[in-house]
Ligand binder design. Sequence first.
Ligand code: PLP
Length: 451
Amino acid sequence: MENVLKPMDAEQLRENAHKMVDFIADYYKNIESFPVLSQVQPGYLRKLLPDSAPNHPEQFEDVLNDIQAKILPGVTHWQSPDYFAYFPSNSSTAGFLGEMLSAGLNIVGFSWVTSPAATELEVIVLDWLAKLLKLPEDFLSLGQGGGVIQGTASEAVLVVLLAARDKFLRRYGKNSLAKLVAYASNQAHASLQKACQIAGIHAENCRFLETDSSTNYALSPDILQEAISKDIAAGLIPFFLSATVGTTSSTAVDPLFELGKIAKGNNIWFHIDAAYAGSACICPEYRHYIDGVETADSFNMNAHKWFLTNFDCSVLWVKDRSALIQSLSTNPEYLRNKASQGNMVVDYKDWQIPLGRRFRSLKLWMVLRLYGLENLQCYIRSHIEYAKHFEELVSLDQRFEIVAPRTFSLVCFRLISPHNDDDFCNKLNHDLLDAVNSTGKIFLSHTVRSL
Ligand code: PLP
């Protein structure tokens, strides 16, 4: 049994990890040789793998061979240059190395004491990033606020929704849950709807307000104000507003300043979801898209989308960390320790849903250090330039039209129907999408634009 892997034996790790790094490096070298969208059929893998786990150890090489032959055909290659679907989830060498180190150290940093560096690095790195985004000082850790890395934007909106909900329940009494109303545009990501479902906000109290081309699919402050006034008149309690900077369907930007004013005037928690487009705001010429962020209670962007940080790394800042902590903290005996009891430290377990948490700040820190602001800005700018160029090419082709203004690196376009018939036009575009994606040469995704 010489070749049996021992748990984290340093020399075995060195030998096999080198092989794995070679495997991954070769994957990146050849990534364009794979169909970008996996072409397998549902259930393909069950036919290729045994029914049960092996009784005896297998060889590492055999596993690698299976990955090559059986797993990679079922992989959609998110990092391929031919991948244009959804929003990007860009990785990088720096992000990868940070992720590798995090896996290597494998700490579970829920409280400061469980790994002081994990908490302290996260606090520092999120202050750094807040400064690059020129967020107001209220979001930095030195005052009442601070940043925390969540797994996803969905968790970020859920935790702030819970904080807002509980603030209102403390004010109006626990029986007022059924009266709480949340607002967003109908372009808001479905994660808000899911957060409401989890938080017990009734579906009939979720206002996903109409948008149209007259505001480029941004939420109109007048429509919001009208909805809030109507709800107050009906005895309901507006408590939460989520604005989006860079909506999922068309990268619309809600007018933060005006919406923030309404939120403040009505004492509503104001959250900004900049999951995709937030990264662009490190460039001075795009920073104006988050003007008005000073009126917000919380701000979120996914470093794992457009900031070269390997999934998962969703960055959330709040102005009042005590609101999160009041909602999410628990203090069982087995987690008590001097530093926490003395109120001397941040315990991130109280800023998130799970207890356990990974050392995710390492990869963000490595991205910031190994690229530096200027390179990160160039990277964002280059993507936007590519998109502009593509938009120009589409505009020159009479068969296509641009259907929503391009703001960042997303271009929304469609085939024009020769018959001026919407149903036919939709079918034509669906057929085109299926045809394109079934080639495996390029992967695009779709949406439906409201009129
Ligand atoms: N918000 C916006 C604007 C998004 O585009 C997305 C995903 O694309 C999300 C939230 C959800 O992101 P996550 O997968 O991190 O929950």
